[in-house]
Ligand binder design. Structure first.
Ligand code: URA
Length: 229
């Protein structure tokens, strides 16, 4: 990170995040850079204890450059609000920073991230997390859970709402249903899935409160220095 004088009124974390964003906006490390309208970097408060990670931008995010502004984003905002959480309280970002889509019958449809896209983009999410150093990470959907939790994450149905305390990214990590999945449910199934989202986010919020009262012990550095001897 460039060692430049700070702009008045901006904390180092804000400033470093702005520098990181500026670098990410010019990324051409995978093919998605050729079809995107713009890079969709994380947004919110970089001095937060809680980070939410989704899958990747859709059409509206690609058009606006802001994560979670489409239908799924509106539902995410709503379930956060029910728990007294606004976007200014958290950092919201995605595994992929550029829209992944296929064109079928003349229409662009979002598709899941490919392994090589996740590998190329991982540098940005890792740098965001390293800057924020969150207490809690909420993985919104399977791709984020796979990236952050790794092989211990097997199934959203069985493992949503569970705490994972053995990742290298944060002391507490929880996978939750993706709001786009919730929106695909109907009637009572929709209400039930929406309630699960609300309940899981309440538990994530309560975990942050608990950890602020009783901070976890310092964690070992991510990269362990090899002994010289
Ligand atoms: N919008 C995003 O920014 N991320 C998602 O995962 C879904 C919609």
């Amino acid at each position: 990170m460039a060692d430049q004088p700070q702009k008045p009124g901006r904390s180092p974390v804000h400033q470093h995040m702005a520098e990181l964003r500026a670098r990410a906006l010019t990324c051409t490390d995978c093919n998605l850079s050729q079809t995107r309208t713009q890079v969709v970097f994380g947004t919110g408060n970089p001095e937060t204890p809680m980070v939410l990670i989704g899958e990747g931008p859709g059409e509206q995010e690609d058009a606006t450059g802001i994560p979670f502004v489409g239908r799924a984003g509106k539902l995410l905002d709503e379930v956060l609000r029910v728990n007294g959480i606004s976007r200014n309280h958290v950092w919201i970002t995605n595994v992929l920073k550029c829209r992944a889509f296929v064109v079928e019958g003349g229409r662009a449809t979002n598709r899941p991230p490919r392994v090589e896209e996740v590998s190329a983009c991982r540098q940005w999410i890792e740098a965001e997390i390293a800057l924020i150093n969150p207490l809690v990470i909420v993985c919104v959907g399977g791709p984020a859970a796979k990236l952050i939790i790794g092989s211990a994450f097997q199934s959203m149905t069985r493992q949503r709402g569970q705490w994972f305390t053995d990742t290298e990214y944060a002391p507490y990590v929880m996978p939750i249903l993706h709001p786009a999945y919730v929106l695909r449910q109907h009637g009572p199934a929709f209400e039930e899935a929406r309630q699960l989202l609300i309940d899981d986010l309440r538990r994530a919020r309560d975990k942050v409160r608990e950890l602020r009262r009783h901070p976890p012990p310092p964690r070992p550095p991510k990269v362990v220095q090899q002994s010289l001897f």
